[in-house]
Design a protein around this ligand. Structure first.
Ligand SMILES: [Zn+2]
Length: 120
């Protein structure tokens, strides 16, 4: 599995949850895939390859702080729809762990991850 495959799967899960609200996540995902004639991609916990992919993505979701004079690190997070940021139309944010400077973005978390993992 590549980071690209992993992100694709995450996006499918988001779609599946939208299609079947209230259903258990794994269940919704399997059903969603079945309707498309595809097999659900079940991840095995502790699988070395998957752990490596997760690590790559975690590293891709970091960048040096953009504030002058700060040597902190910013981490990408998704914004929940019910939060103030979410209500204002933002989908993700970079937050510096040192100065707490935040950069809001209208690009969603998975789109960011895909771009970052492809360029890193
Ligand atoms: Zn900072």
């Amino acid at each position: 599995m590549t980071p690209e495959d992993y992100i694709k799967r995450e996006q499918e899960i988001v779609e599946a949850q939208k299609a079947y609200p209230g259903r258990e996540m794994g269940n919704a995902y399997r059903l969603w895939k079945e309707l498309r004639g595809e097999k659900a991609n079940i991840l095995v916990t502790g699988d070395k390859n998957i752990e490596a992919v997760k690590h790559t993505l975690k590293e891709a979701a970091k960048k040096p702080c953009t504030q002058p004079g700060c040597d902190g690190e910013m981490t990408l997070e998704s914004v929940c729809g019910g939060c103030v940021e979410g209500k204002a139309g933002f989908l993700s944010k970079w937050t510096c762990s040192k100065c707490l400077f935040r950069e809001l973005s209208k690009k969603d978390f998975l789109t960011w991850l895909r771009e970052l993992s492809l360029t890193s």
